[in-house]
Design a protein around this ligand. Sequence first.
Ligand SMILES: Cc1ncc(COP(=O)(O)O)c(C=O)c1O
Length: 394
Amino acid sequence: MKFSTRAEKIEPFYVMEVAKAAQALARDVAGTNSPMIFLNIGEPDFTAPPLVQEAADRAVRAGITQYTNALGLEALREKISQWYRDRFGVNVPAQRVVVTAGASAALQLACLALIERGDEILMPDPSYPCNRHFVSAAEGTAVLIPTTAQERYQLSAAKVEAAWGERTRGVLLASPSNPTGTSIAPDELRSIHKVVKERGGITIIDEIYLGLSYDEAFGQSALAIDDDIISINSFSKYFNMTGWRLGWMVVPEAMVPVVERLAQNLFICASTISQHAALACFEPDSINEYEQRRAQFKARRDYFIPALNELGLNVPVMPDGAFYAWADCTQAAQRLGVDGSWDFAFELMKRAHLAITPGRDFGIADTGRFVRFSTANSMAQLQEAVARLKQLIG
Ligand SMILES: Cc1ncc(COP(=O)(O)O)c(C=O)c1O
């Protein structure tokens, strides 16, 4: 069978190889006093709060399960618009909000709407692997630009300016980032967008972790900067609804009909049940619950990152959001007699029953030295993980 060049260009998700090995080992050690601890998973350990579950249940029982408008339920678009006002003080008219099947569908729609074959999109290295694959699925080319700890592993205006070429169409950023949990400083983002706009380009920013920000200086939406910016968001992370497949994007007004046409054809609409359920995310009780969980995520970060640093798993920049730790494992790998983050991850899995993610998927520049820990796990599990790390490399 012959497959498209487009499909062949999509690289495998190496993370899954590690995850498969971890699952297999987990079965073997399940009954022992050292069961597998999963710190490799990029999703909250919480599920949707009660009001959201009840709303989903009500929608199912009442038979409200037909297709919705391709842009999403009016009421949900209004609630999202209100959330931007309440939480970030930004005015985002509901007409510019498009509800999608997760951020993944939103990224796909944005790329298909804006990228021509051969267009280049600048992205930081490291970054979330699927984002560059959305670009290649639209037959564009993702250009990975190595970043440093001083730059918070994000692009800078100077680097965007230097990298801009004839085929450059724009930038695709993520703030806070996966795998680093670090954000772009608002002033830097303003400068990046200025460089992009002056060149007639587009700024797409993945703000899927924005709800999980722990630092006022960074936790601001790029939508405050300019109505031209395309922001991607999701119910997966802050709202703890990964499997419900619901997200959204905010686009410039002129782009709405284009995205609507694409969405009608490619997806018809996002899940109706999930949309009705998500209306309840914005009830005061749900927001209270989410804010308590955000405080828990912050407490986990505040415990886990210093513990990693003490063990020589150096996290060069304290994450200001999300639930990841991007750690240099050079020293720790040496202590285990292995070289590089891929072997280190497998060694930790075998010897300490800790599943983590090697850097390889996230870029090419420096990822052989780094591993990603996810702190989306209970404090007790994180403490046990630290105890096992201490025993092995402390
Ligand atoms: C940076 C980033 N963007 C997008 C996604 C996709 O999220 P969704 O579940 O909303 O499709 C993820 C998922 O981990 C992510 O980390």
